[in-house]
Design a protein. Structure first.
Length: 175
């Protein structure tokens, strides 16, 4: 029932409180078999080291830290299966106004519909955010990384600069 990630086992959530507590401390699996995880409506809860997400690290000032991830697979009548959850953590960004490093609190929602082909992807694109499955593998780390990258601010500002008054520029272009 466990899934393997780099030689360690990550447990799927079960009904017992002890199992949920152990799962919270577990690392999230990199991949899971999609069909069986969807059929069982599996839930995954664990952490990912930020340094293990290379595309995300390129956007940060430091690769330190972890992301806390909660994901739930399921299905609904006449709709593609879903992957829902949250990703939380603190990321180090550079303020685009003062250029100082600051901690940015992340709380990203995950809400995807899992599709098996491009026709279904196009069909559901109007109503949902589809995710195209390949080879019955659900890449949890890649999905989390994508969702975090989408949640990053385009022009991050530290709390001090966020509260600052905007600069006034006169007709001559001087502040």
């Amino acid at each position: 029932m466990g899934l393997i990630e780099n030689g360690t086992r990550a447990q799927m959530r079960t009904g017992s409180k002890l199992a949920r507590m152990k799962q919270k401390a577990a690392h999230l699996p990199i991949y899971v078999p999609a069909a069986s995880a969807i059929a069982r409506e599996s839930a995954f809860q664990g952490t990912i080291l930020v340094e293990r997400l290379p595309r995300l690290v390129e956007s940060l000032t430091s690769p330190d830290g972890t992301l806390d991830v909660e994901l739930q697979l399921g299905s609904e009548m006449a709709r593609p299966p879903f992957l829902r959850g949250h990703v939380r953590g603190n990321l180090r960004l550079q303020c685009q106004r003062c250029l100082e490093d600051f901690s940015w609190p992340l709380d990203a929602k995950v809400d995807l519909r899992l599709v098996e082909n491009e026709a279904d992807e196009s069909r559901w694109l109007q109503d949902y955010e589809p995710y195209l499955l390949e080879d019955d593998r659900l890449p949890l780390h890649a999905i989390v990384e994508d969702e975090v990258l989408l949640a990053l601010p385009l022009s991050p500002r530290c709390p001090t600069c966020e509260r600052a008054e905007p600069l006034s520029i006169d007709a001559a272009g001087t502040a």
